[in-house]
Ligand binder design. Structure first.
Ligand code: NAD
Length: 332
């Protein structure tokens, strides 16, 4: 079986890390047919559109998509293509596991939790307007349909991965209507999964508890902005943005990408850590049902990190992207 994969190289370090991840996936023993599609500044420069329709179609048509990070101008300019891809293709679930890796010294050992972020609404609905000069309103949309859908994804993930508990993270004490609806939706779906424990935690307390004892959490589900922030926090618990993968999942479609951005400060230098995107490739293999290949690639990454001889700069080493990738290919 040959899988058709759309590769979006992205901006900044995107082409460097996506090239590395592609090489590793090609060496995984699974056959891929790759087609490249542009998005972000690369697409704007080449085609005059940061998210061409052809790219959306290529993601829709593929068995899965591997995406490098894309740059979003701050304050002005085009809207985030990441948000647009997730919304246009209804990739409603953002799955971000945070699992300790060997050879990376962090404050805690044996962290193993999953952040599940609602990907289509909340403050990312992009509904902002000037009420009068000097006053701007942003609409934070929460719907029952999207909240129940993400809650169901969280419980189904917990069930499939034999997890013990799902925690709904919210701010329903202050946002009584919107987060009240999100929490109620989670409670409703929890009733369908009696074998999995359910509890909830206010987002500010969740941030403190994650930093003081991350082992108390298992699967965490939350709306868009809270998920964006807390998943960067959990990535910091296991070694940082350079090592944290993610998946954007919809019905019959998925886009796999690192949690990190295009890292303009190190772009073009060949020193980015490709681990996050390679581990996103591991999630892609699991999504395709290629468990053995996924385990093989994950073992290879863990072996290189455990040996500690070929670490990239963000992990305190001297290796560049190419040397790290070759070490992983060597292990494979
Ligand atoms: P960033 O994640 O790009 O970088 C933050 C810091 O982490 C930088 O110091 C960077 O050098 C470092 N870093 C990130 N990835 C690394 C890697 N693989 N190896 C080594 N070091 C790494 O965050 P930012 O600087 O806030 O954002 C830059 C751009 O990326 C912005 O335009 C932002 O909108 C965009 N962005 C895109 C995505 C995405 O495409 N999914 C996600 C986040 C940010």
């Amino acid at each position: 079986m040959t899988y058709s994969i759309t590769l979006i190289p992205g901006d900044g370090i995107g082409p460097e890390v996506s090239g590395a991840a592609r090489q590793v996936l090609d060496a995984s023993g699974v056959a891929f047919q790759w087609q490249e599609a542009l998005a972000g500044v690369a697409a704007l420069d080449a085609l005059g559109d940061p998210l061409p329709e052809a790219t959306i179609e290529a993601v829709r048509a593929a068995d899965a998509t591997l995406k490098g990070p894309t740059t979003t101008p701050t304050g002005v300019g085009f809207r985030s293509v990441n948000v647009a891809i997730r919304q246009q293709l209804v990739l409603y679930a953002n799955f971000r596991p945070a699992r300790s890796l060997p050879g990376i010294k962090t404050r805690y050992d044996d962290v193993d939790l999953i952040v599940i972020r609602e990907n289509t609404e909340g403050l990312y609905s992009g509904l902002e307007h000037v009420v009068v000069p000097g006053v701007v309103e942003s609409l934070r949309i929460i719907t029952a349909i999207a909240s129940e859908r993400i809650a169901r994804f969280a419980f189904e993930t917990a069930e499939r991965q034999q997890r013990r508990r799902v925690t709904c993270v919210h701010k329903a004490n202050i946002l009584k209507l919107s987060d009240g609806l999100f929490l109620d939706s989670c409670r409703k779906i929890a009733a369908e999964f009696p074998a999995i424990e359910f509890d909830d935690c206010i987002v500010d307390a969740a941030a403190m508890k994650l930093v003081s004892n991350p082992h108390q959490f298992d699967v965490m589900v939350m709306e868009n902005l809270f998920g964006d922030i807390l998943s960067d926090l959990t990535s910091g618990l296991v070694g940082g943005l350079g090592v944290t993968p993610s998946a954007n999942v919809g019905d019959g479609m998925a886009v796999f990408e690192a949690v990190h951005g295009s890292a303009p400060d190190i772009a073009g230098k060949g020193i980015a850590n490709p681990t996050a995107l390679i581990l996103s490739g591991v999630l892609l293999l699991r999504y395709l049902g290629e468990k053995e290949a996924a385990d093989r690639v994950e073992r290879a990454i863990r072996a290189v990190l455990a040996a500690g001889e070929t670490m990239t700069g963000d992990l305190g080493g001297q290796a560049n992207t190419k040397q790290f990738t070759e070490a992983v290919l060597g292990e494979l």
